[in-house]
Design a protein around this ligand. Structure first.
Ligand code: SF4
Length: 443
C-alpha cells in the first residue's frame, strides 16, 4: 500500500444548449497534477472521454481523425431562468450512474480535483460534488479553473472544501500539504491511451480586449523555455498522441523566440502530429515564414480571431487586429498551402456593442477573402469592461446568464440570431460547398 495521498481527477459533464468536443481537455488540472506527480497516486474520471467502454457499441461518439467529436447527451429540463429560450437544454457526457458506480468501487480517495471551465456550466460541477459527497464523503474537494477564478464567491457555495480562486497555486499546496516540483509535464499519462492532448507554451497576451479575461487573470506575456516546450511535446509523442491543440491565448506573439524554433524542431525531426488552434490566433502576427512553418509542421486548422470588420468596433474593443492585417494573414496562409476550408474567422455574435460591430458586413468581408466564418456567440464575463455593459440586460452575478446561447438571443431575439446564422451558412457554402455548422449548433 502506498503512503502517498490518493487524488481523483474529475472532468465534469456539461450542462448547456450546445456542446461539441473541440479538443476540450482538462489541461489546467493535469498541469497541477503534474507538479505533484511523484507525491500522490492519481486516477481520473473524465465524463467527456470518447474512449470510455460505455461507447464500445456507440461508434457515433468516437473522436474523428482530428480528435473532435460529438458528446453523448440527453435533453433535460431547463432551469427557470431559461424558460424563454427556445432551445433544448442538455446534459453532455457519460451518464451519472457510471460515475456513481466508479465512486462506489474505488478505494477511498483523499482528495478530488474538479476541473471547471465555463461559469455557466456550474450545474455539472455541482453534480460531481454531490456524487462525491454521497459516495466518498471523506474526500476533500478542490475546485479549480476559470469558473473558480471568475466567480469565486459563487463557487464557494457549491460545497467544495477548497476553491482555487487565483491563477497561482501557492495556497493549494498548503491545503494539500504537498510541496510541488516544477520538473514534471502535465499528467497526460493518467489516461490509458491518449490520442488527443493540449499544450500551452505561453501565458498571457499583450492586448487588453474588453471582452476577454486573459488581461485580468494572466498578466504579462511570458513563454516557457524552449527546452521545456520540447520536453512536454516529446512526452505527448511518447504516449502516442496524434492530435495536439494549443490552448495559448497569444500563440503567435514573439514567434521568432517561441513558436518558430519549436516548429523547426518538429520539422527537422520529422515528427508526424496534427496541431490545432481552437483558441483564436492573432492573425496580426501571421507572417509569411510563420505560415510556412505552421503548415510544414502539421497545423491542420486555423481559427483566426477577428470579431468584426468595423474599424470603430476594433478600436473600441482593444485594437487586436485590423482588416488589412487580417487579409494579409489569410493571404500568407493560403500561399503557404492551407486549405481554405480549414481557415475560419471567428466573429462575435451578440456583443453589447452590436450597433457598431456590423455583423452582417463583417461576415461579407470575411467571405470576400474566400474563407469560412465561425460565429462565436458572445458570453458576458464578470470583471471585464464588456461584462459591465451587459448589466443592463442580465443579472451578471448569476453564472447561468453568462451562457453564450442565451445572451445573443436576449440582445437580438431568436429570429434575428437564426437569420444571421442562416446567412453565415449560405456564405460559407460559397467558399467550398461547406455545409458544416457555422457555430456550435443548439437545437
Ligand atoms: S488578443 Fe485574444 S487573448 Fe489577447 S486580450 Fe484580445 S481576445 Fe484576449
Amino acid at each position: 500500500m502506498s503512503n502517498k495521498p490518493s487524488i481523483l481527477l474529475v472532468n465534469p459533464p456539461i450542462y448547456d444548449f450546445a456542446a461539441f468536443d473541440f479538443w476540450l481537455k482538462p489541461l489546467g488540472m493535469l498541469t497541477i497534477a503534474g507538479k505533484i506527480a511523484n507525491k500522490a497516486d492519481f486516477k481520473i474520471f473524465d465524463f467527456l472521454d470518447h474512449e470510455h467502454s460505455f461507447y464500445a457499441d456507440k461508434p457515433k461518439f468516437k473522436s474523428d481523425v482530428s480528435g473532435r467529436g460529438d458528446f453523448f447527451s440527453s435533453i433535460i429540463p431547463k432551469p427557470d431562468l431559461y424558460k424563454n429560450i427556445p432551445r433544448h437544454y442538455r446534459r453532455y457526457g457519460l451518464p451519472a450512474e457510471i460515475f456513481a458506480d466508479f465512486l462506489k468501487t474505488t478505494p477511498p480517495c483523499d482528495f478530488v480535483f474538479i476541473q471547471t471551465v465555463m461559469t455557466y456550466w456550474y450545474l455539472g460541477y455541482r453534480e460531481v460534488i454531490e456524487a462525491v459527497k454521497t459516495y466518498q464523503p471523506q474526500a476533500k474537494i478542490v475546485l479549480g479553473g476559470p469558473y473558480a477564478m471568475i466567480c469565486p464567491e459563487h463557487a464557494k457555495n457549491l460545497g467544495a472544501d477548497f476553491v482555487s480562486a487565483k491563477n497561482n497555486s501557492d495556497s493549494l499546496w498548503g491545503f494539500l500539504n504537498i510541496n510541488p516540483t516544477d520538473s514534471f509535464p502535465p499528467l497526460w499519462n493518467v489516461y490509458k491511451n491518449p490520442q488527443t492532448a493540449a499544450m500551452k507554451i505561453t501565458r498571457g497576451c499583450p492586448f487588453k480586449c474588453t471582452y476577454c479575461t486573459v488581461p485580468i487573470f494572466d498578466g504579462e506575456f511570458t513563454a516557457k523555455p524552449a527546452e521545456r516546450i520540447i520536453e512536454e511535446f516529446n512526452f505527448l509523442i511518447s504516449l502516442g498522441v496524434k492530435n495536439i491543440a494549443f490552448y495559448d491565448d497569444a500563440l503567435l506573439y514573439k514567434s521568432d523566440e517561441v513558436l518558430k524554433p519549436f516548429l523547426r524542431y518538429v520539422i527537422d525531426n520529422k515528427i508526424e502530429v496534427s496541431f490545432h488552434t481552437p483558441n483564436a490566433l492573432n492573425a496580426r502576427f501571421l507572417d509569411v515564414e510563420l505560415a510556412e512553418l505552421m503548415i510544414k509542421a502539421g497545423f491542420k486548422t486555423f481559427f483566426l480571431g477577428f470579431e468584426s470588420s468595423a474599424n470603430e468596433f476594433q478600436k473600441q474593443t482593444g485594437s487586436k487586429i485590423f482588416d488589412n492585417e487580417f487579409a494579409n494573414a489569410v493571404k500568407n496562409l493560403i500561399a503557404a498551402g492551407a486549405d481554405r476550408n480549414s481557415v475560419a474567422a471567428y466573429l462575435i455574435l451578440g456583443h453589447p456593442k452590436f450597433e457598431i460591430q456590423n455583423i452582417e458586413q463583417s461576415m461579407k468581408f470575411v467571405n470576400s477573402l474566400n474563407i469560412r466564418v465561425m460565429l462565436s456567440d458572445f458570453s458576458p464575463i464578470p470583471g471585464t469592461p464588456d461584462g459591465k455593459l451587459c448589466e443592463k440586460y442580465i443579472d451578471i452575478n448569476e453564472p447561468l446568464m453568462h451562457n453564450k446561447t442565451v445572451f445573443p438571443i436576449i440582445v437580438f431575439g431568436g429570429d434575428t440570431v437564426n437569420r444571421i446564422k442562416d446567412m453565415c451558412r449560405d456564405l460559407n457554402r460559397k467558399v467550398s460547398n461547406c455545409t458544416k455548422p457555422c457555430s456550435i449548433p443548439a437545437d
